[in-house]
Design a protein around this ligand. Structure first.
Ligand code: NAD
Length: 525
């Protein structure tokens, strides 16, 4: 059953269903635009006091929240599982554990990562100048998130934003509001002051209201179509956005790869979270000399996967999260099959179950003319093509509107790194797949239509602060040589600046000293 969005009126609720069983599991308010604006107003008022707290004090709240999460690990995983359909153990591995790691990292390290940074000013130091940069909070951060990782994706961004001294208003997906409300509950119980973090549950209109509400920055994660809408709306208010959008991530298996391990990597990369990860393996290119063995291994392992409602905690895959997403998968697979592709496993939705179950599907005989190789499928589908040369593999991988992640599989790490540099993607992994979103220290983000800006790592933290450059002149009694007035001597000196000072050479610049002293001594006329 699809999530039910009622008519928009104050007091309206979103009814949330478990996609595996289609049973109602809870309700959340459908927040009206006026209430979104009020929440942002409250966040703005809470800003100064939160920003005034030390990194240590902010980190203590995050570490307390971490303790609560650890105590309630299984209960939270069960909630995420009920709301998305993913198996509980996978929720722990892919959502809770990475978020716990990120929490301890940023709770402990943000102070160091945001330490004021001295900037070298080249030869201006000879004139007593120095520069440094400090990092101030942006203010109120609006976070809009999707349903596929409803715990890890928003929580990571919330923690980083809070540690950087911001207040936050989160608008979670309408498919997964209960998980976001749990994040709010945990942070409140951990002692976060009132209004420093708020959740506004609702649909796209609530998200649009958040963009229009006067926040200082938006972190958006979701589809390209919505991302574009958010960027357009943000442009109207001249607020910056980080866009984490879709992917069509390529996996390249070279002729010297470990075939068995690459096949298992392909399986997990394509089918974990039922293929609903922005960094899922969405297309696989295997060297023709090993294609037969590789595909046989992939098919053998795919047939061993268990797909169920996950009630007994032994499922590898659950249902997809919504009928809407399943219909995209059906469209891509059916179009491919109608144009000559072959389904070696799966290929059709499961019909004897209530929820949107689609089986893991391995496709061969696919081409770059098919949607399944060009558009984001976001489901348990692994289309496989062969290639003859490394150059052809790179050309195929780069023949895409997306550039989130890609992977190269080889026993020769040097060759893998050389190929990685030629792939146009935000992250390229060698003999690895999908998981680097879990690493708090590394940047996350895409090129091309996969988005703008970064989350996670130092680069992600920098998105959450306003760098301020402070420049100091210690020779405060001496006027600058380039100030008024301009006379013939000044003209000559400026030519000297262009030729010698701007060369960056201390020796060359020193040759200007006599002219400089003359200008200092010349009285203004
Ligand atoms: P979506 O774009 O439909 O929705 C994302 C969020 O935007 C939801 O909270 C939704 O309510 C909100 N929204 C909808 N219309 C809006 C508007 N006009 N203004 C503001 N907010 C609005 O995406 P989805 O289906 O929830 O998520 C799946 C997509 O997310 C996939 O494309 C996937 O690749 C992408 N994704 C990307 C990353 C990444 O890090 N790059 C991570 C996870 C998911």
């Amino acid at each position: 059953m699809a999530q039910s969005i009622p008519a928009k009126s104050p007091g309206a609720e979103i009814i949330v269903y478990n996609p595996a069983t289609t049973e109602e599991i809870g309700r959340a308010p459908l927040t009206m635009p006026e209430e979104v604006a009020r929440a942002v107003g409250r966040a703005r008022e809470a800003r100064a006091a939160w920003a005034a707290r030390s990194f240590h004090e902010r980190g203590a709240v995050i570490m307390q929240a971490r303790k609560i999460i650890l105590n309630e690990l299984d209960e939270i995983a069960a909630l995420v599982s009920r709301e998305t359909g993913k198996p509980s153990p996978e929720a722990i591995a892919m959502e809770l554990a990475p978020a716990l790691d990120l929490m301890q990292y940023f709770a402990r390290k943000t102070a160091t990562l945001l330490r004021p940074r001295r900037i070298s000013v080249g030869l201006y130091w000879t004139m007593g100048r120095s520069s440094y940069e400090i990092y101030k909070p942006q203010g109120v951060i609006g976070i809009i998130s999707p349903w596929n990782f409803p715990w890890a994706t928003p929580l990571a961004e919330v923690v980083m934003a809070l540690m950087a001294g911001n207040t936050v208003v989160l608008k979670p997906s309408e498919l997964t509001p209960l998980t976001a409300l749990k994040i709010n509950e945990v942070l409140t119980r951990a002692g976060l002051p009132e209004n420093v973090f708020q959740v506004v549950t609702g649909d796209g209109s609530t998200g649009a209201a958040l963009v229009a509400s006067g926040v200082d920055k938006i972190l958006f994660t979701g589809s390209v179509t919505t991302g574009r809408r958010v960027a357009e709306a943000a442009a109207k208010y001249l607020i910056p956005v980080v866009l984490e959008l879709g992917g069509k991530d390529a996996m390249i298996v070279l002729d010297d790869a470990n075939i068995v391990n690459a096949a298992r990597g392909a399986l997990w990369g394509a089918f974990a979270n039922c293929g609903q990860s922005c960094a899922s393996v969405e297309r696989c290119y295997v060297h023709e000399s090993i294609a037969g063995q590789f595909i046989a291994e992939v098919v053998k392992e795919t047939k061993r996967l268990r797909q169920s409602t996950g009630a007994d905690n032994t499922a590898d895959l659950g249902p997809m999260s919504s009928e809407r997403q399943l219909s995209v998968v059906e469209r891509h697979v059916n179009q491919a099959l109608n144009h000559g592709a072959v389904a070696l496993t799966g290929g059709e939705r499961l019909r004897d179950v209530a929820g949107p179950f689609y089986p893991p599907t391995v496709l061969t005989n696919v081409t770059h003319e098919m949607d399944v190789m060009r558009e984001e499928t976001f489901g348990p589908v692994l289309p496989i093509m062969t290639f003859k040369t490394d150059d052809e593999a790179i050309r195929l991988a780069n023949d895409s509107d997306f550039g989130l992640t890609a992977s190269v599989w080889t026993n020769n790490i040097g060759r893998g790194q050389q190929l990685a540099r030629q792939i146009d993607a935000g992250t390229v992994t060698i003999n690895e797949v999908l998981y680097t979103h879990a690493i708090a220290q590394t940047p996350w983000g895409g090129t091309k239509q996969s988005g703008l800006g970064r989350t996670h790592g130092q680069a992600g933290l920098m998105e959450l602060v306003r760098p301020q450059h402070v420049h100091v002149n210690r020779l405060q009694m001496i006027p600058d040589l380039w100030w008024f007035n301009y006379d013939e001597g000044a003209g000559q000196l400026f030519r000297g600046f262009a030729r010698r000072f701007a060369s960056g050479s201390l020796f060359q610049a020193s040759l200007l000293l006599p002219q400089m002293v003359r200008r200092w001594r010349t009285p203004r006329n």
